[in-house]
Design a protein around this ligand. Structure first.
Ligand SMILES: [Zn+2]
Length: 275
């Protein structure tokens, strides 16, 4: 697994906002000589409409929204569609996209939590494949659940801290498997739970795995934390590799730049290792 990235992802910012260019800039500096980097394509409006309501896409395009976690940056729509395009490129190449803004809190007709468009879902829908979505961000992907609840061709698995933002994902329903976990769950219990679920799901017939790859479960993360060490991300990578399916991912959270680079590197090392 390699990376998708463009410096365009660093061109917009809001002062003091934790979802900042700096976190990805530092991570990219740490990773750029270690992995091949693919350029993202720009997602089209037609691509967005595979997932989002037309009215909602129009509102994002015209900046007609108000959410303290989702400021209306200048040229936001350009950057959001480039991040969605990064997910599409990642799906085609089996890569991890480091583009921002992230996406798993964006539903069919709502935004939130630094997310404007659901990048991962747009790439999954464009692929048309039966997909297992694994969300290992420390927060629940309420947007992804909103998009996929009840769908037979996509299963959504999320492990997330509770209590915590956005407060959803307290129970499993239909094709959505939610595991709210203690903020201090730590490596062993987290990996046991994830491993058990992946083992169970490996018996179903998926054509690909799509990852909401969040690294804010790291023990030092200022916004979330699940008490995880860097080596836990290497183990997560190994577990996902064992699924033995085409796999791609998008970066969601992870808010300390140096740690983010190290944690992504650990994950990729785990995924790229032989088992
Ligand atoms: Zn998160």
């Amino acid at each position: 697994m390699d990376l998708v990235f463009s410096e365009e992802a660093l061109q917009y910012r809001s002062a003091g906002h934790p979802e900042s260019p700096d976190r990805v800039k530092k991570a990219h500096s740490y990773l750029k000589d270690k992995y091949e980097i693919n350029e993202p394509i720009q997602a089209s409006v037609e691509d967005l409409l595979l997932v989002h309501d037309e009215d909602f896409v129009q509102r994002v395009k015209e900046g007609r929204f108000s959410d303290p976690d989702c400021p209306n940056y200048e040229d936001l729509f350009f950057y959001a569609t480039l991040s969605a395009g990064g997910a599409i490129t990642a799906q085609k190449k089996g890569s991890l996209s480091l583009m921002r803004p992230p996406g798993h809190h964006a539903g069919r007709d709502f935004l939130g939590g630094f997310c404007y468009l659901n990048n991962l879902a747009i790439a999954v829908e464009k692929s048309g494949l039966r997909t297992l979505i694994v969300d290992f961000d420390a927060h629940h992907g309420n947007g992804t659940e909103d998009i996929y609840l009840g769908r037979e061709d996509v299963t959504y698995l999320s492990l997330h801290r509770s209590p915590g933002f956005p407060g959803t994902g307290q129970e499993s329903r239909k094709n959505v498997i939610n595991h709210p976990v203690s903020p201090m769950i730590g490596d062993k219990k987290y990996l046991d739970l994830l491993g058990k679920e992946l083992e169970r799901l490996s018996k179903k017939e998926f054509e690909q795995v799509a990852l909401s790859a969040g690294f804010d479960g790291h023990k030092d993360d200022p916004l979330a934390s699940l008490g995880l060490s860097t080596s836990a991300f290497q183990e997560i990578g190994k577990y996902l590799k064992k699924m033995d399916l085409p796999t791609f991912g998008v970066l969601e959270g992870g808010y300390i730049g140096e740690d983010l680079g190290r944690n992504i590197d650990a994950f990729l090392k785990g995924f790229n290792s032989r088992y």
